[in-house]
Design a protein around this ligand. Structure first.
Ligand code: GLN
Length: 221
């Protein structure tokens, strides 16, 4: 895929969790991408991904390194945010039974709503606003989005929960597109950040993508 000029790059919060896989996917869609460990590394970015991992751990590290305040300030100045899984929990306005962290998008999440780590799963679904073909989805001890407020669009509803949603400045997914061959959500976020990316509205399956051995949790079933 072709790289593209844009007003700035997209960062991936690099404190804990699935960082490298997001960076690799951003590069596959031709976006300049960098890890963000320190507040100064937010400078010049148009978007930031808060990856999946463990939301309590991430919240502590964000506070220790002053990144909570810096990200909020950058958001106030136009930085777009995408939270995957634990990242979505941190961005939610309400987290059932717990204190919200950033509280920036009007959604209610229920943490670990599918059960334990062993209840992780893969499936496929169509998110028409993102791609016209079904895309593979990987859920790892995911939360459920159980409600959305005004100004939040549902991008993917499955069974009794919402799996992807957005408002004008924030995207949230409870699954992990970076752990699948599909580039569709990374393209979608890059476009939301005002970057022009190559590729159409197909599922964006990268033929060169290979799963890591630890991504194969079929042996748990
Ligand atoms: N269960 C984790 C949490 O509550 C999220 C898991 C993930 O990010 N894949 O933070």
């Amino acid at each position: 895929m072709q790289a593209v000029a844009g007003p700035g790059g997209i960062g991936v919060l690099d404190l804990q969790g699935g960082v490298q896989e997001h960076l690799d996917h951003l590069r596959r869609v031709g976006v300049s991408a960098r890890p963000v460990k320190r507040t100064a590394e937010l400078d010049g970015l148009v978007g930031l991904i808060i990856p999946g991992g463990e939301s309590t751990c991430l919240s502590r590290l964000l506070t220790i390194f002053g990144l909570d305040v810096a990200i909020r300030q950058a958001y106030d100045h136009g930085l777009k945010l995408w939270g995957t899984c634990a990242g979505a929990i941190l961005l939610a306005r309400e987290n059932i039974g717990e204190t919200p962290f950033f509280g920036l998008i009007d959604i209610v999440v229920s943490r670990n709503a599918f059960g334990s780590q062993l209840d992780s799963f893969n499936r496929e679904a169509l998110a028409p606003a993102v791609a016209r073909e079904p895309i593979p989805l990987t859920f790892i001890r995911a939360p459920k989005i159980v409600r959305t407020g005004e100004g939040v669009r549902v991008l993917l509803r499955l069974d009794d929960y919402i799996a992807a949603a957005e408002d004008d400045r924030i995207l949230v997914t409870v699954f992990h597109p970076e752990l699948t061959p599909s580039l569709a959500f990374h393209r979608y976020f890059a476009r939301k950040c005002g970057l022009s990316v190559a590729g159409g509205d197909d599922a964006g399956l990268d033929p060169d993508w290979t799963p890591q051995s630890w991504m194969d949790f079929s042996y748990h079933v």
